[in-house]
Ligand binder design. Structure first.
Ligand SMILES: [Zn+2]
Length: 316
C-alpha cells in the first residue's frame, strides 16, 4: 500500500518546527524558525503558513493525510482554538485550526503539546507496542497525556492528562495552579530546584555547592543527577524522593485507569536509572495488588522532535 504522509507543526514559544512525516515516523523534510512571539498573532500565523507551504512543496506527488499542529497553551476543540499560549504577545483566543483549513483546504487538527508528544511516543516511540499508557512530561512543570486503545484521550473539553496536578498531600505545598499538594509543586524542575536550594543550606558537605560554582541559583536537576552518580548522598536522596513522589502520582492514575505502562519525557527525565527504579518501586507499592504485574516505566524516545512528530501523528 502507498505510504501516507502528514505535515506536523510544533508551535512553541521559541521555535516553529514544521516537518513532513511519513506514517512510519520518518522526517523527510523539516524547517525551523524562531517564533515571532514578541510581535503579534498575525506574524506567527503567517510564519506557520509559510512553513506549511514549504512542506507542501516537499509533499508533491505523495499521499498527504492532513496537517496537525501541536501548540503551547490551552486548545479548545472542535475548531482548534488556541488560548493564551504562554509568552505569546497579544494572543488570547485564536481559531488556528479553522484559519489553516481555510488557507490549505484540508483537515487540520490542533492539540496541545503534551498530547501531541504522547501521540508521538504512541505512534513512533517508546509506547509503540503499548495500546494503553500514561505519558508524563517531567520538565519545568509536570504534564502528560493518556493513550487509550492507541488514541489520545482528551476528556470532554480537551483537558485530560493533567497528571502534574494530582495532589499527593492535601495539606501540602502550594501549587501555581491554585491547588494544594500537586505533585508538580514537589518535582517540577522549578520547584525541585527551589526546594533543593533551601535544603542545601543544611548540607555544606554536598558536592552540589562545587558543581554550581557556589551559585546555587544556577542549580538544575541535571546537576543533581551528576552529583548523585558521582556519589553525593544528598543529591541521591533528593532525586530518590522526587522519584517516590512522582511514583505516588503515577500510581493514582494506574489505579484509576488500570494502565500498566508509563512513558516519561521532558527535561528532567534524563535523570539516572536509579530514579526510574525508585519510580517503578513506588508505583508498584501504591497500586492495588492485582494491578502490579506488568508495571513498567520507560524513557521517552523522541526528545525535541516529539511535538512535531506527534502533530503529524494526530492526522496519520
Ligand atoms: Zn497544581
Amino acid at each position: 500500500m502507498e505510504q501516507r504522509y502528514a505535515i506536523g507543526v510544533d508551535l512553541g514559544g521559541t521555535t516553529v518546527k514544521t516537518g513532513l512525516i511519513s506514517e512510519s515516523g520518518e522526517i523527510v523534510f523539516q524547517t525551523k524558525l524562531p517564533t515571532l512571539a514578541e510581535q503579534n498573532p498575525e506574524a506567527i500565523i503567517s510564519q506557520i503558513k509559510k512553513t506549511i507551504h514549504d512542506a507542501l512543496q516537499a509533499a508533491r506527488g505523495k499521499h498527504l493525510a492532513g496537517i496537525g499542529i501541536a501548540s503551547a497553551g490551552i486548545i479548545e476543540n472542535p475548531g482548534g482554538i488556541v488560548k493564551s499560549p504562554p509568552n505569546f504577545k497579544g494572543w488570547e483566543s485564536i481559531p488556528l485550526g479553522k484559519e489553516m483549513e481555510k488557507e490549505f483546504g484540508m483537515d487540520v487538527v490542533v492539540d496541545n503539546d503534551a498530547n501531541a508528544a504522547a501521540v508521538a511516543e504512541s505512534k513512533f516511540g517508546a509506547g509503540k507496542e503499548y495500546p494503553n499508557f500514561l505519558f508524563v512530561i517531567w520538565g519545568t512543570g509536570v504534564g502528560g497525556g493518556i493513550i487509550l486503545n492507541n488514541h489520545i484521550y482528551r476528556g470532554q473539553f480537551g483537558g485530560a492528562g493533567e497528571v502534574g496536578h494530582i495532589s499527593i498531600d492535601y495539606k501540602g505545598l502550594q501549587c501555581n495552579c491554585g491547588s494544594i499538594g500537586c505533585v508538580e509543586a514537589y518535582v517540577g524542575q522549578k520547584y525541585l530546584s527551589k526546594r533543593t536550594i533551601e535544603k542545601l543550606q543544611h548540607h555544606p558537605e554536598s558536592s552540589l555547592h562545587k558543581i554550581v560554582g557556589g551559585n546555587l541559583s544556577a542549580l538544575e536537576p541535571i546537576h543533581l543527577s551528576q552529583a548523585a552518580e558521582a556519589g553525593d548522598e544528598f543529591s541521591r536522596n533528593v532525586l530518590l524522593e522526587a522519584g517516590q513522589l512522582l511514583g505516588v502520582a503515577i500510581a493514582s492514575v494506574m489505579n484509576m485507569l488500570d494502565l500498566r505502562v508509563t512513558v516519561i519525557g521532558g527535561g528532567v527525565s534524563a535523570v539516572g536509572d536509579f530514579v526510574y527504579n525508585e519510580i517503578i518501586a513506588t508505583t508498584k507499592k501504591y497500586v492495588l495488588t492485582p494491578l502490579r504485574p506488568g508495571i513498567t516505566v520507560l524513557r521517552a524516545k523522541l526528545g525535541n522532535d516529539a511535538g512535531m512528530l506527534g502533530a503529524a501523528g494526530l492526522v496519520l
